[in-house]
Design a protein around this ligand. Structure first.
Ligand SMILES: NC(=O)CC[C@H](N)C(=O)O
Length: 483
């Protein structure tokens, strides 16, 4: 198979001493990015290879798709026979699509409004995948660019394309440190419907009970089957709480994991449709039950060596891993708006005894830490929930770990006070999270301002919509009781 082209040109020769922000800025200033991608797409090998795949799979339609700032997927459907034309010119879309065409309470459409310019998105032919529930349809991921006719920026990468953002951040990290981020996600989700009726003894948990898993056999079998057909290496699954299951696929290069997470959600929706059930990644559907987390299991690799471990048998983290952990913890308040992206996300933290912590800590195999070494070589970041946009979460985590590694931050001892930032807590509401996001100057300066600007517009509006909504709880509490 032809290799995917990098998004940004290799810059190992870039002057040392530049901050991550300056380095990313240089990469985004590259106006040849579109042309490089198109040249790659126009090569004989890429055209031939995609043509063969389409023929072999019997593809009639292709979704040219791209993830949005909120982790949804937008696409155009095109009859497969036009693939060569689309390799060359890609698709064009209204820019606010990157923000799901979200309109604020004041009636302003985020990311530019109706008058906003188009963006162009070129397909990555190598990502062609048939949809197993209807193999006449296939998907191809695209990368978005500023149109060539935009004089000073035409041809550069569109900053609000979060998939490219993570790729560029990762390429930058790898060029400079020689390290690659690999990750495995643990997406938990809640199912509702007859097959999700739970059996539980009073006072006990339904977690791991094979009887509950067995009731959901059609669900996990369909999900695993579709995922395998789409190239996932599915490794295990379990039942966790009422109607809640978690299915895992093998860790991989973090870019691929983020794509798979996005596809996994699409698979689950399809399975829910087929079984006439409901499936939700809402972070906290029930009080007194576990929330839907999406723990990120992270490792850093130099070639084939995992530098998070050093071969000792006892649970441990290398000095480099401790620096990375310190960076992740330091920026946990500032990135919570990404890791916990909904109003509902914060309810997951308030419910005590449900394996989630609001304190900033790292530990070994206990589940009461923000980050733990669940097995040697693996840093499990437990903060994110199932609403997370995996492209943004990995971008923010990489930037945070980069700070920890570059500045030699100190994570202290496992479950001890984290000396470099003792006393800091995780935001407890989305409102606090918005403040912490804006207060984290390092992250604000590092991630392109277009991204943080649009993201804040969306999240501030979401918080305002929530704050301005009367709830049933208020009536129960106050209607009759106010003297
Ligand atoms: N498996 C577990 O440790 C439970 C995690 C918990 N569901 C969470 O919200 O993160």
């Amino acid at each position: 198979m032809t290799a995917l082209p990098t998004v940004s040109a290799t810059q190992t020769a870039a002057p040392q001493g530049l901050s991550l922000a300056e380095r990313l800025e240089k990469r985004y200033a590259d106006k040849d990015a579109f042309a490089r991608h198109r040249d790659h797409n126009m090569s004989k090998e890429v055209i031939a290879e995609l043509g063969e795949k389409i023929k072999a799979a019997g593809t009639e339609y292709i979704y040219y798709q791209i993830p949005t700032m909120q982790g949804r997927v937008v696409a155009k459907v095109v009859p497969a026979q036009h693939f060569e034309r689309f390799l060359r010119k890609g698709i064009a879309m209204h820019r606010p699509a990157m923000a799901d065409l979200q309109t604020t309470r004041e009636g302003e459409m985020v990311h530019g409004g109706v008058e906003a310019k188009e963006f162009w998105a070129l397909p990555e032919a190598e990502t062609f995948t048939s949809i197993p529930w209807d193999t006449t349809v296939a998907t191809i991921w695209c990368r978005a660019y500023e149109p060539l006719h935009f004089g000073d920026i035409g041809g550069s990468v569109l900053p609000t394309d979060v998939r490219s953002l993570f790729k560029i951040t990762h390429e930058e990290f790898t060029d400079r440190t020689g390290l690659e981020l690999r990750s495995g996600l643990e997406p938990e989700m809640t199912w509702v419907g007859s097959m999700a009726d739970v059996i539980v003894k009073d006072g006990a948990s339904p977690a791991y009970q094979v009887e509950n898993l067995e009731r959901m056999r059609p669900v996990y079998k369909k999900i695993i089957g579709y995922a395998q057909a789409m190239g996932f290496n599915m490794i295990q699954g379990d039942y966790e709480d009422d109607g809640q299951i978690e299915l895992n696929w093998d860790y991989d290069q973090a870019n691929l994991t983020a794509d798979r997470m996005t596809t996994y959600r699409q698979i689950c929706r399809q399975v829910a449709r087929e079984l006439d059930m409901q499936a939700s990644f809402m972070p906290k559907p029930y009080n007194g039950k576990m929330g839907n987390g999406c723990h990120h299991n992270l490792s850093l690799w130099r070639g084939n060596e995992n530098v998070v471990e050093d071969g000792r048998v006892e649970l441990h983290a290398t000095e480099l891993a401790k620096n990375a952990i310190a960076g992740a913890l330091k920026h946990t308040p500032g990135s919570a708006l990404v890791m916990n992206s909904t109003v509902n996300s914060y309810k997951r933290f308030w419910d005590v005894g449900q394996y989630v912590t609001m304190d900033l800590s790292w530990g070994l195999d206990g589940r009461d830490a923000t980050m733990r070494i669940s097995a040697n070589g693996r840093m499990e970041y437990r903060q994110p929930d199932a609403s997370v946009n995996p492209y943004l979460s990995h971008t923010y985590l990489l930037a945070a770990m980069d700070d920890g590694i570059t500045n030699n931050l100190n994570a202290g001892e496992p479950m001890g006070p984290v000396s470099d930032f003792a006393g800091r807590t995780v935001p407890r509401t989305m409102g606090e999270s918005i403040d912490a996001f804006e207060a984290d100057k390092y992250l604000m300066n590092t991630i392109p301002s277009e991204v943080t600007g649009v993201y804040l517009d969306i999240k501030k509006d979401e918080w305002a919509r929530y704050c301005s909504t009367l709830t049933e709880w208020e009536f129960t509490q106050y209607w009759a009781s106010i003297p």
